[in-house]
Design a protein around this ligand. Structure first.
Ligand SMILES: [Zn+2]
Length: 730
């Protein structure tokens, strides 16, 4: 086929020719994975059977390179692929055949997965995928197994077998749903042997697999099948009336974008609290045209109840989403909350019933019964995950499910996987083992922390410190560009994760940069609402924003400068606390507020009257707020002193002023860096520990106070001043 409308043919012969055989497999995999219409994030796998020299004998031997467990085709590199002796894998068939307990979903089948490591070629440490046998037992040199929405739409139709025949003629065979494993590999081998003209197999309620001895042809075939499926679906869809009649036609109308954001902001923190009773979740909002068409439709309630089909999809989306029949045209946010509360209760009950009916004697214990996908007419979808990346994957998979249902309903009727089959995937002991192998979650995992003042100095350092512990970080600053620069530094360093979904702000990665002026309540509220849309809510806030306005040359501070100092250093912190507390109460999850005071709060000095008095007020604000916000939120303060390096409070002018004040020699043309070092040294020598104090030293204190390490401490000021005995609190 030369004309593609539903996929892009991207193969570049010159590029392919420049690569070694494994490199070409990776190239093909990245091309396939980069198109959401071809496969979903983390879904599908590719392989190539390549002649390699055996390290023991030096003789050529056929090695199966196949995408291993974990990772994603789009971003795969060599280390995502496992390599196995093809002959040894085929040899497993004899061992399997000799087992008395063999069969679909048997112990013998699962045991074969453990045998894969005995077939490892060249000590490759990548764990093999459960799909390894699919690739090994088909004789094609190159094999692609994909999860395209257009193909799954056929695979999840009531008459999937006839449709496969009708659409693909004799080119694609059909295998009914089987849990992936040894038996599925054997079934495919038999089909390929009996029907030598077949180039692919439709996998009932799952996806498809295709192969060829030439890699470019293999790639082209994969695209051709998807193109053919999509052409068939879109022709029927259009003939049936297209978007206007999709999913039985429209029942509700979407709210305007601003109104949608308003409703999301009103319900998200509360909803996050409701679904985070066992463990906290991070949210992603989707309100593009496709998802709105679905949630607004006549059939949304019925189709949502059926659940998702492809096993990849429902492992994240759970067996089904929670659909709430709220009327966006004549009901308000309060009514929505009531309906969500009732819906959640029913959902949890349903989930426990499903577990109770389907469980086996050796099934793992019931997992969190809360939905991970919530559908609301008029506004869209909310998806949950343990971090931002996972919540975007959840959203992506339900977007896929909607596309699958659209296609299946256009050509036939959508059917989901039988409940027991879904359970046997969700609670599969091999899946459980995979979960157990996951690394222990970091200390601040599942948390959203807002750092106000993150554009520079201590705030920026704190943002970097907290993200290292697994938190999602909202970088807030009056200077929007500076806030976004810090967020970008973080995402550049840690990546934005996987999962292609999320609308607007909610499309973000593990850090986002937002603007706010803390002297303006409306500006703070707007920022907190944006945080709700980006992540679903927040856990802790660190306020590092502050201002130092020096007295004039005569030692006097003008009235407007006095007012500005108090407005930022005292009232600003209070406004943040007061606005955030409204959200914290809605969310109902424990949180932390850390304010920034100063050693100057306790030491009276010449030349900084406004600053010092404002910081003394800051100390008492910490204590008052600790009482007001208890027991939900702990409130503490960090009192830094004389952090010169990297501080926005110490521009060159102030550094020179201080050097002059303390009679420290300097020259006017001296580099700022050198002036700063001189002043930092001078301050260090005044402390008990005789060491310069850095933003990193401060960041450590914010980390301790937002972590559980000081979980019984509230209303306190932690000094990070190198030891200034004049500033000892008493
Ligand atoms: Zn699959």
């Amino acid at each position: 086929m030369s004309n593609y409308h539903h996929v892009n043919f991207l193969w570049d012969d010159a590029k392919a020719a420049s690569l070694d055989p494994v490199g070409r497999l990776i190239y093909r995999s990245n091309l396939l994975g980069s198109d959401q219409r071809i496969t979903n994030t983390g879904g599908g796998n590719t392989s190539a059977k390549i002649l390699e020299n055996d390290p023991l004998t030096g003789q050529p031997v056929e090695v199966l390179w196949v995408k291993g467990s974990g990772g994603d085709l789009r971003t795969s590199t060599r280390e995502n692929f496992s390599s196995l002796y093809q002959e040894k894998l085929l040899g497993l068939q004899r061992i399997y055949a000799s087992r008395d307990d063999k069969g679909l979903k048997s112990q013998a089948e699962d045991d074969m997965v453990g045998m894969f490591s005995h077939a490892t070629f060249n000590l490759n440490p990548r764990a093999s995928s459960i799909d390894t046998t699919l690739h090994s037992f088909l004789s094609g040199k190159h094999v692609d197994h994909m999860h395209p929405n257009a193909i799954i739409a056929i695979a999840a139709s009531k008459n999937r077998e006839q449709l496969t025949q009708e659409i693909f003629g004799g080119e694609m065979a059909y295998v009914p749903w089987m849990r992936p494993g040894f038996e599925l590999g054997l079934a495919m081998q038999e089909i390929a042997n009996k029907q030598p003209n077949v180039k692919a197999i439709m996998m009932g309620q799952h996806g498809f697999i295709s192969w060829d001895d030439d890699e470019k042809t293999c790639y082209a075939h994969t695209l051709d099948f998807i193109e053919k499926a999509a052409n068939y679906i879109e022709a029927k869809y259009a003939a049936n009336g297209g978007d206007a009649t999709a999913f039985g036609g429209q029942k509700y109308v979407s709210l305007e974008p601003a109104k949608r954001s308003e409703i999301f902001a009103k319900i998200l923190p509360w909803l996050r609290g409701q679904v985070s009773k066992e463990k906290r979740f991070i949210g992603t909002v989707q309100d593009d045209e496709k998802i709105l068409r679905f949630v607004n439709s006549q059939d949304a309630a019925r189709l949502a109840e059926l659940g998702t089909s492809c096993p990849d999809h429902f492992l994240r989306t759970k067996i089904k989403p929670l659909y709430v029949d709220w009327n966006p045209q004549n009901e308000d946010a309060a009514a929505l909350k009531l309906k969500l509360a009732a819906g959640l209760e029913a959902y949890r009950k349903d989930y426990s019933t499903y577990y109770g009916i389907c469980k086996h004697a050796n099934s793992p214990a019931q997992r969190d019964p809360n939905p991970t996908v919530v559908l609301i007419p008029g506004i869209g979808m909310i998806a949950w995950g343990k971090d931002k990346s996972e919540s975007r994957v959840t959203a992506e998979f339900y977007n896929c499910a909607v596309e699958v249902m659209r296609g299946a309903e256009a050509i036939d009727a959508y059917v989901s996987l039988p409940q027991q089959e879904a359970f046997d995937i969700e609670y599969w002991l091999l899946e459980e083992a995979k979960l157990q192998r996951m690394p222990v979650e970091k200390e601040l995992a599942r948390q959203v922390i807002i750092v106000i003042g993150a554009g520079s100095g201590i705030g920026k350092e704190t943002a970097h410190r907290l993200v290292k512990e697994g938190a999602q970080i909202v970088c807030v600053d009056m200077n929007e560009a500076a806030a976004q620069a810090t967020a970008r530094e973080i995402t550049d360093k840690y990546g934005v994760g996987i999962g292609v979904a999320g609308t607007g702000l909610s499309n973000c990665g593990l850090a986002i940069g937002l603007v706010a002026n803390i002297t303006d309540r409306a500006s703070i509220r707007k920022m907190l609402d944006e945080v709700a849309i980006a992540y679903g809510g927040f856990d802790s806030i660190c306020v590092t924003a502050g201002v130092f306005v020096p007295s004039d040359t005569s030692g006097h501070i003008p009235d407007d400068k006095w007012a500005l100092t108090f407005s930022i250093n005292v009232t600003g912190s209070y406004f943040v606390a007061d606005e955030a507390f409204k959200t914290w109460k809605e969310q109902g999850l424990r949180g932390n507020l850390v304010l920034t005071t100063s050693a100057n709060a306790a030491v009276a000095k010449k030349g900084s009257v406004a600053y010092d008095v404002s910081k003394a007020a800051g100390n008492h604000l910490v204590r008052e707020l600790a009482i007001e916000l208890a027991p939900l939120v702990r409130v503490n303060g960090v009192a830094p002193a004389t952090v010169v390096q990297g501080s926005a409070l110490f521009p060159r002018d102030r550094v020179i002023g201080s050097l002059a004040k303390y009679d420290i020699p300097y020259t006017d043309d001296e580099a700022t860096e050198s002036l700063v070092t001189k002043l930092a040294r001078f301050y260090a020598d005044r402390t008990l520990t005789k060491s310069p104090i850095t933003p990193a030293d401060q960041a450590e204190a914010y980390f301790l106070l937002v972590s559980k390490r000081l979980s019984k401490t509230t209303g306190q000021i932690v000094t990070v001043d190198g030891g200034l005995h004049e500033a000892f609190l008493r």
